[in-house]
Design a protein around this ligand. Structure first.
Ligand SMILES: Cc1ncc(COP(=O)(O)O)c(C=O)c1O
Length: 382
């Protein structure tokens, strides 16, 4: 073996020893059930919270767009020309989030990797909630700014860090998940918005798991009694919206700056027309039937009540078990009972907090939720 293969094999062996090696499991996914290893399992490991990925109207919108415009988009939106569907999608996103404008990126990860370095540079400061998603960390590091973490959802700690460090930096950004992807709790966006204003810092919230689910479907900025002051509302079209792509909703000057400075927008091929058409159809559906968007959270709450867990705040419910081995064993036990509930291990979550992450969707049958809750109460979390 040459040094490259030696390196890869040694890394994999170390992951194996810690129970942290991952593999891609072939899985055919229906709206609720998946097929894996020849078995049909009810999936609680999917972020398709509104089951829109396979919704007939949304599939029809995508198919019509393929028939009319083909499968690929040809080049970056700045090079090949901006497909007219983008303007429609961006106008809808801006309306939903109550901002002047919006900008669609290739994915949520690409959005954060582009937005932060377009606004923040090496002399500046980025404060991140310690449990922020990997792509917020990636964007912060790409900016080459001074990056500091504040304790999870601890506004007081963020204030201390601003008092200590803000003065040394021309610009500062505070970034956080709106709904935390592995914990399901909500960020204190109202308080963070006020703190950011007081220190002339810019607040960026990543609403990947909020749009379509909390705040009447409008996302975490709108989940409290009053809308939070969040000038940079980022999110993804790949979860409740059912398709793929990322976005930023913000003021017109900020969005125009993205078109000029966000490298992941400028130097990456635009989303295929079918993906954009699907997102428009999904947003239409949510706007027409806001009650539908309340279902994943209602199902998650019914589950936590019955399982004896703290009340769900979003469609995501964590069951923290500690070691990777314990989480894997619990996942295997639930699989034997017909449920797909994947174990989440470090480095996705901090060491010692491996867990089951249970994600609820609008269509999960109530009797199966009860069966899962009983299994969790009796066998997993006993
Ligand atoms: C909080 C959060 N932000 C961003 C992303 C990335 O979004 P995408 O899958 O569209 O790249 C994810 C999920 O993968 C996420 O959980």
């Amino acid at each position: 073996m040459d040094s490259l293969d030696d390196f890869a094999a040694a890394k994999l062996a170390a992951l194996d020893r810690g129970g942290l090696r991952r593999a891609l499991a072939e899985t055919a996914r229906g709206p609720l059930y998946v097929e894996r290893n020849g078995r049909r399992l009810l999936s609680f490991s999917c972020n398709d919270y509104l089951n829109l990925a396979q919704h007939p109207q949304i599939k029809a919108a995508a198919v019509a767009a393929i028939e009319r415009w083909g499968v690929g988009s040809g080049a970056s939106r700045l090079v090949t020309g901006n497909h007219p569907l983008f303007a429609e999608l961006e106008a809808r996103l801006a309306r939903l989030k109550d901002t002047e404008a919006a900008c669609v990126f290739g994915s949520g990860f690409l959005a954060n990797a582009g937005i932060i370095p377009a606004l923040i540079g090496p002399d500046d400061l980025v404060l991140l909630d310690e449990l922020s998603h990997a792509c917020l960390w990636a964007g912060a590091r790409l900016s080459r700014a001074a990056v500091r973490a504040f304790r999870h959802n601890d506004v007081g700690h963020a204030a201390d860090l601003l008092r200590a460090h803000r003065g040394r930096h021309p610009r500062a950004l505070i970034a956080t998940d709106g709904v935390f992807s592995m914990d399901g709790d909500l960020a204190p966006l109202v308080e963070l918005g006020r703190l950011a204003r007081r220190h002339d810092a810019w607040l960026l919230s990543d609403d990947a798991h909020g749009i379509g689910v909390v705040g009447g479907g409008r996302g975490s900025t709108f989940a409290g009694p009053e809308p939070a002051d969040v000038p940079l509302q980022m999110g993804t079209l790949s979860k409740a919206i059912g398709g793929y792509g990322g976005y930023l909703c913000a003021s017109r000057p900020v969005i125009d700056l993205m078109t000029n400075r966000a490298r992941t927008l400028i130097y990456s091929t635009g989303l295929p027309p079918a993906t954009v058409a699907a997102a428009i159809a999904a947003l239409d559906l949510i706007a027409r039937d806001p009650e539908y968007a309340t279902r994943p959270l209602a199902k998650a709450k019914a589950f936590t009540r019955r399982a004896g867990l703290p009340e769900a705040q979003s469609a995501i419910v964590p069951i923290v078990l500690g070691s990777a081995a314990a989480a894997l064993a619990a996942s295997r036990r639930l699989e034997a009972d017909g449920f797909l509930v994947v174990a989440i291990r470090p480095p996705t979550v901090p060491d010692g907090t491996a867990r089951l992450r249970v994600a609820f969707t609008a269509g999960h049958p109530d009797d199966e939720i009860e069966r899962l809750a009983d299994l969790v109460r009796e066998r997993v979390h006993a």
